[in-house]
Design a binder for this molecule. Structure first.
Ligand code: AMP
Length: 288
């Protein structure tokens, strides 16, 4: 069996030398932006990109601008060699791994700030986070010249921020979202799961379970506030240290919901377990 060829590019110039002829040749280019420490969730995005595009670029960049906490940035797992092996096997054409100096050269002065959908939830808990996300995603889209960009629903608010930015700035790219991939016990796959101790990992499964149960109660007609208060208590009882947020939002535009939903909604949460912050979200079907 031959190993598929994958080029590793570390500069915008190197990347453009490869991508520009693709674009001139009319090939459809897909990009999957990631921060590395890849798992099956990332690979599901790669497969979706392979199915829709002629060429696939995966980016790995641990973006300092989207971390509000220096110790979280320092502790973020970095596994480039293993990631490259997985991506080569998955049939990726280019792995783009810029460093911080390439992405933000001296004098860099532009920030993209998306109002509305970036407020509250992770935007409330992590000040500046979505400015960092929007700025780097815009740059990655421009650097790769992608026609399609693939994002996971696991980061539900991020998808809304990216879609809003692409619409507002008329970026010529189609945003594709993919469902959350989960471990066997239901925990959403995440690079941060690697930082959980065995004991914390066992407790982490409560997050999707509690969210599913709460979503079921809301769909069954229980008042959202009461169901969510119970869910917060359940998370703490299951061993979570703190709940950053647990909220019901409209799936279409993230508008906060206080009444039983009459259109598709999403229950979103972020909670801390042994200094690791986990996020998850589940669909909530309209009541009745
Ligand atoms: P990250 O490397 O965590 O920044 O994630 C890169 C992309 O992979 C984002 O679009 C995430 O939403 C997506 N992603 C992360 N975890 C999952 C998962 N469990 N299932 C599907 N997509 C995911």
């Amino acid at each position: 069996m031959t190993t598929p060829h994958m080029t590793i590019a570390r500069t915008v110039r190197g990347l453009r030398i490869i991508a520009t002829p693709w674009k001139r040749g009319g090939l459809r280019v897909g990009v999957v932006p990631t921060m590395g420490a890849l798992h099956e969730g990332h690979l599901s995005l790669v497969r979706a990109a392979r199915a829709m595009c002629d060429r696939v670029i995966v980016t790995i960049f641990v973006n300092p601008k989207q971390f509000d906490d220096a110790s979280d940035l320092a502790a973020y797992p970095r596994t480039e060699d293993a990631d490259a092996a997985l991506l080569r096997e998955a049939g990726v054409d280019v792995l783009y791994v810029p460093d911080a100096a390439e992405m933000y050269p001296p004098g860099f002065a532009t920030t993209i700030s998306v109002r509305g959908v970036s407020e509250g939830l992770c935007g409330g808990a992590r000040p500046g986070h979505f400015d960092g996300v929007a700025t780097v995603v815009c740059k990655l889209l421009m650097q790769t010249l992608a026609d399609h960009a693939f994002f996971g629903e696991k980061d539900f608010q991020q998808v809304h921020v990216v879609r809003r930015m692409v619409t507002d700035l008329n970026l010529p790219v189609d945003i594709v979202t993919c469902p959350t991939r989960r471990e066997e016990d239901g925990l959403a796959m995440s690079s941060r799961n690697r930082r959980l101790s065995a004991d914390a990992r066992a407790r982490a499964r409560a997050l999707p379970q509690v969210l599913q149960r709460c979503a079921g109660r809301i769909t069954a007609g229980e008042a959202p506030a009461a169901a969510m208060e119970q869910a917060r208590a359940d998370l703490l009882a299951a061993g979570f240290d703190a709940v950053d947020y647990l909220e019901l939002r409209a799936a279409s535009d993230l508008a906060p919901l206080t009444q039983s939903p009459t259109a598709p909604a999403r229950l979103l949460a972020a909670a801390w377990l042994d200094s690791v912050r986990l996020i998850d979200g589940v669909d909530v079907a309209p009541a009745g």
